[in-house]
Design a protein around this ligand. Structure first.
Ligand SMILES: *[C@@H]1O[C@H](CO)[C@@H](O)[C@H](O)[C@H]1NC(C)=O
Ligand SMILES: *[C@@H]1O[C@H](CO)[C@@H](O)[C@H](O)[C@H]1NC(C)=O
Length: 522
């Protein structure tokens, strides 16, 4: 549509590049993954012996820090030579580079529990220059899973590319159903004041690890960790399937609030809802059995809004993948968590089929990895086609013009995720008084970006989040008794929504394409 307006030449170009996502720029892509073997001979040997089976490798995690762009590949099937890898962006600016094992081949030996990573899913670099990797110790997926190694937290120093910590989760931190694929890292007053959180999707728990104490504990069985029985049905890439047992999955941490703690936002995968809890609770081992009322339930996102990955910027913008919509969504956390404040930052029915991971780096650039995972797991990928892509774009470009860009319009454009338009405004005036000053917090340009690499010393200063926090009006822990719903929900429940046909604006940022990719292929 946009192309038509700008003239014939541009229109032709737009058709030509019609497969590309609109705002996200494709940086790397692969038909199948390639690994940087030391030499061609060894690669041929690995292919011949079955140590390397290119069709079995599916990337699921991405993370960026200065030069390296990390990519993780779980060992779900045989023939995955390395699970923790990177692209050297000095040498490979774009294209389909071979993945280099991190920090080396030896550290990627499956089953060498003490020295290696057996399987890595999502990983996280912190602002002190450390890479946090949870080794699940597993081979296989679903009923083929074996556990040659225990779950173990591995932390690498990115300045020296050495592992500086390995900590095995305690047997009590996991159970027979445990499956952990997500990680969040919480840095407080110093680089040593660090915690990592792990979501147990199938064992329904949340595990906290303290760097300082070198100790872990598990929050178990909170009902907010469980799947919603009404949200277990999925339609992705022309496939209908049920992932009904999937509980707590994606996690994002807010900037530090005025009480000195962050808010963790999380969603079960089989759910359209987001929940929240303060890291004041998660950091406190004594609260594992005694924190039910400290968890908050926020509103539902609206239809077709399962998410597996989320991240929040230091100024409070949350990005999350929308796996049913081949899209990435956004929410500004100073707004109520209700559908009209959720935006789509980009959508692409070819390139963004299963946007498995979303990250924001130290330069506020966003990285998105898409991998067509349901086709890999439930059907078969076509290895003549591009299957895996890594996209990037500045966060500011992505949210520009969406409801998450708090500079533009406090009510936002009509591109919300659910796009079910309420008959009358449902937000209480106290949250959004148009005459009040806008809630966007301008970040001074002198603001320090990332801190120097971790050296065991104190962080030079405490983050800027207090500024953000003054305006952070979406959540409050003040209520004496929980569990309490965010106020807006009580009102939303009384609104009669129009029929789905009245959806509008969902495609504002979508690439126009009349025939979805999967209909041509299946
Ligand atoms: C594992 O699950 C698949 C499908 O989910 C099924 O076809 C297969 O028989 C199962 N195998 C075992 C050993 O249970
Ligand atoms: C942390 O705990 C683990 C036990 O899982 C131990 O092997 C390791 O040496 C400890 N590291 C530090 C720095 O205390």
């Amino acid at each position: 549509m946009k192309c038509l307006l700008v003239g014939l030449l541009t229109f032709v170009l737009c058709i030509h590049f019609g497969n590309a996502a609109y705002k996200l720029q494709e940086r790397f892509n692969w038909k199948q993954l390639d690994f940087a073997f030391p030499n061609e001979n060894l690669k041929q040997q690995a292919l011949a012996s079955g140590d390397y089976i290119p069709q079995n490798a599916l990337p699921v995690g991405v993370e960026h820090w200065q030069n390296p762009l990390f990519v993780t590949i779980p060992r779900w099937r045989d023939g995955i030579p390395a699970t923790l890898t990177y692209i050297n962006m000095d040498h490979s600016v774009t294209g389909s580079p071979a993945l280099i094992p991190y920090p080396d081949w030896r550290s990627n030996t499956a089953g060498d529990c003490a020295n290696s990573i057996t399987t890595a899913y999502r990983i996280k670099v912190d602002e002190c220059g450390r890479l946090w990797v949870l080794d699940t110790g597993t081979l296989g997926i679903g009923n083929t899973t074996t556990n040659p190694c225990p779950y173990a937290v591995n932390v690498f120093d990115l300045a020296t590319h050495t592992r500086i910590r390995r900590y095995e989760l305690r047997p009590e931190d996991t159970n027979a159903n445990t499956f952990i694929a997500n990680i969040a890292v919480d840095i407080g007053k110093s680089c040593d004041d660090a915690f990592a959180y792990f979501s147990d999707e199938l064992g329904y728990g949340l595990i906290a690890y303290s760097w300082e104490q070198n100790k872990s504990w598990r929050f178990s069985g909170h009902s907010y960790f469980f799947p919603d029985p009404l949200r277990g049905d999925y339609n992705i890439a022309g496939l209908n399937f049920q992932w009904g047992e999937e509980g707590i999955f994606g996690m994002a941490l807010s900037p530090i609030r005025s009480d000195g703690y962050r808010t963790m936002y999380f969603s079960p995968l089989a759910s359209h809802r987001q929940f929240a809890v303060s890291t004041r609770i998660l950091r406190d081992e004594t609260r594992v059995e005694d924190s039910y009322h400290d968890f908050l339930a926020l509103d539902e996102r609206g239809p077709n809004s399962h998410t597996t990955a989320r991240v929040m910027s230091e100024d409070g913008v949350e990005l999350f993948n929308l796996i049913d919509q081949n899209a990435v969504g956004c929410w500004h956390s100073s707004m109520p968590y209700s559908p009209q404040f959720h935006g789509i930052v980009d959508r692409d029915d070819v390139g963004l089929v299963f946007p498995a991971d979303v990250k924001i780096d130290e330069n506020k650039d966003v990285w998105v990895l898409s991998d067509r995972m349901p086709v890999f797991l439930l059907s078969e990928l076509d290895y003549n086609d591009v299957n895996f892509r890594i996209y990037t774009a500045p966060l500011s470009t992505l949210i520009e013009g969406t409801v998450c860009d708090q500079r533009s319009n406090v009510y936002g454009p009509h591109n919300s995720v659910a796009a079910v338009k309420p008959l009358h405004p449902i937000y209480p005036k106290t949250y959004l008084n148009p005459t009040a000053k806008p809630s966007y917090v301008a970040i001074p340009s002198s603001r320090p970006s990332y801190l120097p690499p971790y050296s065991g010393s104190q962080r030079p200063n405490v983050p800027n989040a207090f500024l953000y926090n003054q305006q952070h009006n979406a959540l409050t822990y003040d209520a004496a008794n929980g569990p309490h719903l965010f106020p807006a929900i009580a009102q939303i429940q009384q609104i009669q929504h129009p029929a789905p046909a009245a959806r509008e604006g969902l495609g504002s940022y979508a690439t126009s394409r009349s025939v979805p990719w999967w209909q041509q292929h299946h």
